[in-house]
Ligand binder design. Structure first.
Ligand code: ASP
Length: 336
Protein backbone atom coordinates (compact mmCIF):
# COMPACT_ATOMS: atom_id res chain seq x y z
CA UNK A 1 0.00 0.00 0.00
CA UNK A 2 1.43 3.39 -1.04
CA UNK A 3 1.67 6.06 1.64
CA UNK A 4 1.25 9.78 1.07
CA UNK A 5 1.71 12.64 3.51
CA UNK A 6 -0.73 15.54 3.11
CA UNK A 7 0.84 18.79 4.31
CA UNK A 8 -1.87 21.38 4.85
CA UNK A 9 -0.61 24.97 4.80
CA UNK A 10 -3.93 26.87 4.43
CA UNK A 11 -5.52 28.42 1.34
CA UNK A 12 -9.09 28.53 0.09
CA UNK A 13 -9.50 24.74 0.04
CA UNK A 14 -9.77 24.59 3.83
CA UNK A 15 -11.24 28.01 4.52
CA UNK A 16 -14.55 28.81 6.17
CA UNK A 17 -16.62 31.98 6.08
CA UNK A 18 -15.86 34.61 8.70
CA UNK A 19 -17.27 38.10 9.08
CA UNK A 20 -14.15 39.40 7.28
CA UNK A 21 -14.31 36.94 4.39
CA UNK A 22 -12.88 33.45 3.94
CA UNK A 23 -10.07 32.43 6.32
CA UNK A 24 -8.46 29.16 7.42
CA UNK A 25 -9.34 27.76 10.86
CA UNK A 26 -7.05 25.42 12.79
CA UNK A 27 -8.36 21.87 13.23
CA UNK A 28 -11.36 22.33 10.92
CA UNK A 29 -10.04 20.85 7.69
CA UNK A 30 -8.94 17.51 9.12
CA UNK A 31 -12.51 16.88 10.28
CA UNK A 32 -13.81 17.94 6.84
CA UNK A 33 -11.58 15.32 5.19
CA UNK A 34 -12.85 12.61 7.51
CA UNK A 35 -16.35 13.36 6.23
CA UNK A 36 -15.32 12.36 2.65
CA UNK A 37 -15.45 8.54 2.57
CA UNK A 38 -13.95 8.43 -0.97
CA UNK A 39 -10.62 9.56 0.44
CA UNK A 40 -10.38 6.16 2.12
CA UNK A 41 -11.61 4.17 -0.91
CA UNK A 42 -9.53 1.06 -1.72
CA UNK A 43 -8.07 2.72 -4.87
CA UNK A 44 -6.68 5.56 -2.79
CA UNK A 45 -3.20 5.50 -1.26
CA UNK A 46 -3.04 5.43 2.50
CA UNK A 47 -2.57 9.01 3.71
CA UNK A 48 -1.66 10.86 6.82
CA UNK A 49 -2.25 14.49 7.57
CA UNK A 50 0.01 17.21 8.93
CA UNK A 51 -1.29 20.70 9.60
CA UNK A 52 1.15 23.61 9.64
CA UNK A 53 0.70 26.33 12.21
CA UNK A 54 -0.36 29.01 11.72
CA UNK A 55 -2.53 28.22 8.68
CA UNK A 56 -2.13 30.91 6.07
CA UNK A 57 -3.84 32.64 3.25
CA UNK A 58 -1.01 32.06 0.78
CA UNK A 59 -0.62 35.82 0.27
CA UNK A 60 1.19 35.65 3.62
CA UNK A 61 3.69 32.96 2.59
CA UNK A 62 7.33 33.76 3.24
CA UNK A 63 10.69 32.02 3.07
CA UNK A 64 10.00 30.79 6.63
CA UNK A 65 7.02 28.70 5.49
CA UNK A 66 8.91 27.42 2.43
CA UNK A 67 11.59 26.21 4.81
CA UNK A 68 9.01 24.55 7.11
CA UNK A 69 7.41 22.68 4.19
CA UNK A 70 10.73 21.60 2.67
CA UNK A 71 12.15 20.53 6.05
CA UNK A 72 9.06 18.45 6.76
CA UNK A 73 9.35 16.71 3.39
CA UNK A 74 13.06 16.04 4.00
CA UNK A 75 12.40 14.65 7.52
CA UNK A 76 9.61 12.36 6.33
CA UNK A 77 11.14 11.54 2.95
CA UNK A 78 11.83 7.87 3.68
CA UNK A 79 8.46 7.27 5.38
CA UNK A 80 6.22 8.13 2.42
CA UNK A 81 5.98 7.41 -1.30
CA UNK A 82 4.82 10.91 -2.10
CA UNK A 83 3.67 14.24 -0.70
CA UNK A 84 0.65 16.46 -1.33
CA UNK A 85 1.00 20.08 -0.27
CA UNK A 86 -2.35 21.84 0.16
CA UNK A 87 -1.77 25.52 -0.50
CA UNK A 88 -3.57 28.71 -1.44
CA UNK A 89 -3.62 29.42 -5.15
CA UNK A 90 -2.34 33.00 -4.97
CA UNK A 91 1.31 32.10 -4.38
CA UNK A 92 1.24 28.38 -5.15
CA UNK A 93 3.47 28.82 -8.22
CA UNK A 94 6.10 30.62 -6.09
CA UNK A 95 6.08 27.86 -3.45
CA UNK A 96 6.19 25.16 -6.12
CA UNK A 97 9.18 26.89 -7.73
CA UNK A 98 10.96 27.32 -4.39
CA UNK A 99 10.43 23.68 -3.38
CA UNK A 100 11.70 22.50 -6.76
CA UNK A 101 15.05 24.17 -6.08
CA UNK A 102 15.25 23.42 -2.36
CA UNK A 103 14.62 19.68 -2.80
CA UNK A 104 17.74 18.78 -4.75
CA UNK A 105 17.80 15.14 -5.91
CA UNK A 106 14.05 14.68 -5.29
CA UNK A 107 12.94 11.29 -6.59
CA UNK A 108 9.34 11.18 -5.33
CA UNK A 109 6.25 13.18 -6.25
CA UNK A 110 5.61 16.43 -4.40
CA UNK A 111 2.23 17.65 -5.66
CA UNK A 112 0.89 21.07 -4.73
CA UNK A 113 -2.83 21.64 -5.03
CA UNK A 114 -5.68 23.66 -3.56
CA UNK A 115 -8.95 25.04 -4.84
CA UNK A 116 -10.74 28.14 -5.97
CA UNK A 117 -13.90 27.25 -4.00
CA UNK A 118 -13.58 26.04 -0.38
CA UNK A 119 -14.28 22.39 0.32
CA UNK A 120 -17.18 23.43 2.57
CA UNK A 121 -19.05 24.89 -0.44
CA UNK A 122 -21.28 22.71 -2.61
CA UNK A 123 -19.44 23.41 -5.92
CA UNK A 124 -15.95 23.08 -4.52
CA UNK A 125 -13.22 22.05 -6.94
CA UNK A 126 -11.15 20.99 -3.93
CA UNK A 127 -12.49 17.45 -3.77
CA UNK A 128 -11.31 16.46 -7.25
CA UNK A 129 -8.06 18.38 -6.96
CA UNK A 130 -7.22 16.63 -3.70
CA UNK A 131 -8.28 13.12 -4.78
CA UNK A 132 -6.36 13.32 -8.06
CA UNK A 133 -3.29 14.87 -6.41
CA UNK A 134 -3.29 12.01 -3.88
CA UNK A 135 -3.50 9.42 -6.66
CA UNK A 136 -0.62 11.09 -8.54
CA UNK A 137 1.47 11.31 -5.36
CA UNK A 138 0.79 7.62 -4.62
CA UNK A 139 1.50 6.42 -8.16
CA UNK A 140 5.03 7.80 -8.15
CA UNK A 141 5.35 8.14 -11.92
CA UNK A 142 6.24 11.83 -11.67
CA UNK A 143 9.25 12.35 -9.41
CA UNK A 144 9.45 16.09 -9.16
CA UNK A 145 7.73 19.12 -7.63
CA UNK A 146 4.54 19.66 -9.57
CA UNK A 147 1.20 21.40 -9.34
CA UNK A 148 -2.14 19.71 -10.00
CA UNK A 149 -5.13 21.88 -10.74
CA UNK A 150 -8.27 21.66 -12.87
CA UNK A 151 -7.37 18.41 -14.63
CA UNK A 152 -3.75 19.22 -15.44
CA UNK A 153 -0.50 18.29 -13.79
CA UNK A 154 2.11 21.00 -14.43
CA UNK A 155 5.79 21.25 -13.62
CA UNK A 156 5.81 23.40 -10.47
CA UNK A 157 8.47 25.83 -11.63
CA UNK A 158 6.77 26.30 -15.03
CA UNK A 159 3.32 27.06 -13.64
CA UNK A 160 1.77 30.47 -13.20
CA UNK A 161 -1.63 31.48 -11.84
CA UNK A 162 -3.61 33.00 -14.65
CA UNK A 163 -7.21 33.07 -13.46
CA UNK A 164 -8.49 34.72 -10.31
CA UNK A 165 -11.81 32.92 -10.48
CA UNK A 166 -11.74 30.14 -13.10
CA UNK A 167 -11.46 26.53 -12.01
CA UNK A 168 -8.56 26.02 -14.42
CA UNK A 169 -6.49 28.57 -12.57
CA UNK A 170 -2.96 27.67 -13.70
CA UNK A 171 -1.13 27.47 -17.00
CA UNK A 172 2.34 26.38 -18.02
CA UNK A 173 2.93 28.56 -21.08
CA UNK A 174 6.42 27.35 -21.97
CA UNK A 175 6.30 23.67 -21.06
CA UNK A 176 3.78 20.90 -21.77
CA UNK A 177 1.59 19.39 -19.05
CA UNK A 178 3.17 16.47 -17.20
CA UNK A 179 -0.20 14.69 -17.15
CA UNK A 180 -3.83 15.24 -18.01
CA UNK A 181 -6.56 13.82 -15.82
CA UNK A 182 -9.54 12.83 -17.96
CA UNK A 183 -11.23 9.46 -17.70
CA UNK A 184 -7.82 8.23 -16.67
CA UNK A 185 -4.62 10.02 -15.68
CA UNK A 186 -2.43 10.13 -18.80
CA UNK A 187 1.22 10.96 -18.21
CA UNK A 188 3.36 12.72 -20.78
CA UNK A 189 6.41 10.54 -20.10
CA UNK A 190 8.68 12.51 -22.45
CA UNK A 191 8.10 15.67 -20.42
CA UNK A 192 9.02 14.23 -17.00
CA UNK A 193 12.34 14.81 -15.27
CA UNK A 194 14.57 11.72 -15.24
CA UNK A 195 15.09 9.60 -12.10
CA UNK A 196 17.48 11.00 -9.50
CA UNK A 197 19.76 8.59 -7.74
CA UNK A 198 21.98 10.55 -5.36
CA UNK A 199 19.40 10.94 -2.57
CA UNK A 200 17.57 14.04 -1.37
CA UNK A 201 19.63 17.06 -0.35
CA UNK A 202 17.75 19.89 1.30
CA UNK A 203 18.82 23.51 0.81
CA UNK A 204 16.90 25.83 3.10
CA UNK A 205 16.52 29.45 2.03
CA UNK A 206 17.73 32.67 3.61
CA UNK A 207 15.52 35.72 3.48
CA UNK A 208 17.57 37.41 0.76
CA UNK A 209 16.49 40.97 -0.24
CA UNK A 210 15.14 40.56 -3.79
CA UNK A 211 13.13 42.96 -5.92
CA UNK A 212 10.86 42.72 -8.96
CA UNK A 213 10.31 45.69 -11.29
CA UNK A 214 7.72 45.64 -14.05
CA UNK A 215 8.42 48.20 -16.76
CA UNK A 216 5.60 50.18 -18.35
CA UNK A 217 5.39 53.02 -20.87
CA UNK A 218 6.50 56.22 -19.18
CA UNK A 219 8.23 54.47 -16.28
CA UNK A 220 10.41 56.92 -14.33
CA UNK A 221 13.46 54.81 -13.66
CA UNK A 222 15.00 57.41 -11.42
CA UNK A 223 12.38 56.51 -8.80
CA UNK A 224 14.00 53.09 -8.48
CA UNK A 225 17.48 54.44 -7.89
CA UNK A 226 16.81 54.59 -4.17
CA UNK A 227 16.30 50.82 -3.91
CA UNK A 228 19.39 49.94 -5.94
CA UNK A 229 21.68 49.85 -2.94
CA UNK A 230 24.21 47.21 -1.98
CA UNK A 231 21.48 45.72 0.25
CA UNK A 232 19.56 44.52 -2.81
CA UNK A 233 21.08 41.17 -3.80
CA UNK A 234 18.91 40.18 -6.75
CA UNK A 235 16.37 41.83 -8.98
CA UNK A 236 14.03 40.50 -11.63
CA UNK A 237 13.03 43.01 -14.24
CA UNK A 238 9.86 42.17 -16.17
CA UNK A 239 10.44 43.69 -19.57
CA UNK A 240 8.35 44.01 -22.70
CA UNK A 241 8.42 41.16 -25.20
CA UNK A 242 11.81 39.55 -25.74
CA UNK A 243 13.59 41.66 -23.12
CA UNK A 244 13.00 45.23 -24.22
CA UNK A 245 12.98 48.31 -22.03
CA UNK A 246 12.13 51.92 -22.88
CA UNK A 247 15.35 53.44 -24.23
CA UNK A 248 14.28 56.99 -23.41
CA UNK A 249 17.55 58.72 -22.63
CA UNK A 250 18.77 55.35 -21.36
CA UNK A 251 17.66 56.44 -17.91
CA UNK A 252 17.67 52.87 -16.63
CA UNK A 253 21.19 51.97 -17.63
CA UNK A 254 23.16 54.06 -15.15
CA UNK A 255 20.93 52.61 -12.43
CA UNK A 256 21.56 49.08 -13.62
CA UNK A 257 25.27 49.70 -13.80
CA UNK A 258 25.16 51.02 -10.26
CA UNK A 259 23.25 47.94 -9.15
CA UNK A 260 25.88 45.82 -10.80
CA UNK A 261 28.72 47.62 -9.11
CA UNK A 262 26.90 46.96 -5.83
CA UNK A 263 26.86 43.23 -6.64
CA UNK A 264 23.13 42.94 -7.43
CA UNK A 265 22.27 40.16 -9.89
CA UNK A 266 19.76 41.47 -12.41
CA UNK A 267 17.67 38.90 -14.28
CA UNK A 268 15.51 39.80 -17.26
CA UNK A 269 12.14 38.08 -17.61
CA UNK A 270 9.32 38.90 -20.00
CA UNK A 271 5.85 40.25 -19.31
CA UNK A 272 4.67 37.88 -22.05
CA UNK A 273 3.78 34.55 -20.45
CA UNK A 274 4.80 32.68 -23.60
CA UNK A 275 8.18 32.76 -25.33
CA UNK A 276 11.67 33.65 -24.22
CA UNK A 277 13.82 36.65 -23.53
CA UNK A 278 16.47 37.18 -26.16
CA UNK A 279 18.82 39.96 -25.10
CA UNK A 280 20.37 41.76 -28.03
CA UNK A 281 17.68 41.00 -30.60
CA UNK A 282 16.51 44.64 -30.42
CA UNK A 283 18.50 47.75 -29.70
CA UNK A 284 16.22 48.29 -26.70
CA UNK A 285 17.52 45.12 -25.06
CA UNK A 286 21.19 45.04 -26.08
CA UNK A 287 21.94 47.82 -23.60
CA UNK A 288 20.67 45.58 -20.78
CA UNK A 289 23.06 42.91 -21.88
CA UNK A 290 25.98 45.31 -22.07
CA UNK A 291 25.18 46.60 -18.60
CA UNK A 292 25.60 43.07 -17.25
CA UNK A 293 22.05 41.73 -16.92
CA UNK A 294 21.43 37.99 -17.25
CA UNK A 295 18.68 36.50 -19.37
CA UNK A 296 15.84 34.64 -17.67
CA UNK A 297 15.09 33.09 -21.10
CA UNK A 298 11.64 31.47 -20.78
CA UNK A 299 11.55 31.27 -16.98
CA UNK A 300 8.48 32.51 -15.16
CA UNK A 301 9.01 35.42 -12.80
CA UNK A 302 8.00 33.05 -9.98
CA UNK A 303 10.79 30.64 -10.91
CA UNK A 304 13.34 33.45 -11.35
CA UNK A 305 12.56 34.87 -7.89
CA UNK A 306 12.78 31.42 -6.27
CA UNK A 307 16.01 30.63 -8.13
CA UNK A 308 17.63 33.84 -6.90
CA UNK A 309 16.67 32.98 -3.30
CA UNK A 310 18.08 29.50 -3.82
CA UNK A 311 21.38 30.43 -5.46
CA UNK A 312 22.15 33.13 -2.91
CA UNK A 313 21.26 30.72 -0.08
CA UNK A 314 23.71 28.18 -1.55
CA UNK A 315 26.39 30.79 -0.85
CA UNK A 316 27.63 31.10 -4.43
CA UNK A 317 29.46 34.22 -5.54
CA UNK A 318 27.92 36.71 -7.95
CA UNK A 319 29.63 35.32 -11.06
CA UNK A 320 28.48 31.77 -10.34
CA UNK A 321 24.93 33.02 -9.66
CA UNK A 322 24.86 34.95 -12.94
CA UNK A 323 26.03 31.91 -14.84
CA UNK A 324 23.64 29.51 -13.08
CA UNK A 325 20.61 31.75 -13.60
CA UNK A 326 20.93 30.95 -17.32
CA UNK A 327 21.40 27.21 -16.76
CA UNK A 328 18.75 24.58 -16.37
CA UNK A 329 18.68 23.16 -12.82
CA UNK A 330 15.23 21.56 -12.39
CA UNK A 331 13.57 21.87 -15.78
CA UNK A 332 12.66 25.51 -15.10
CA UNK A 333 14.27 26.92 -18.24
CA UNK A 334 14.64 25.81 -21.84
CA UNK A 335 18.32 25.90 -22.74
CA UNK A 336 19.18 24.82 -26.25
N1 ASP B 1 -6.18 33.92 -1.12
C1 ASP B 1 -6.25 32.47 -1.24
C2 ASP B 1 -4.88 31.93 -0.95
O1 ASP B 1 -4.00 32.05 -1.77
C3 ASP B 1 -6.71 32.11 -2.61
C4 ASP B 1 -6.82 30.64 -2.88
O2 ASP B 1 -6.39 29.77 -2.15
O3 ASP B 1 -7.40 30.29 -3.94
O4 ASP B 1 -4.65 31.40 0.11
Amino acid sequence: MKRVLIIYTGGTIGMTRTENGYAPRAGYFRAALDAIPDLRAPEMPEWEFYELSPLLDSSNMTVREWNCIAELIAQKYDDYDGFVVLHGTDTMAYTASALSFMLDGLDKPVVLTGSQIPLCEIRSDGRDNLITALLIAGEGIVRETCLYFGGKLLRGNRATKYSADGLIAFVSPNYPSLAEAGISIKYNEAALLPRQEGGLKLQTLDNIPIGVIKVFPGIQFSLFEAIMTEKLRGIVIETFGAGNIPGDGNALLPIIRKAFQNGTVLTVCSQCPQGAVSLGTYETSSALKKAGAVSGLDMTTEAAVAKLYYLFSCGYDKEKIKQTMEENLRGEISVS
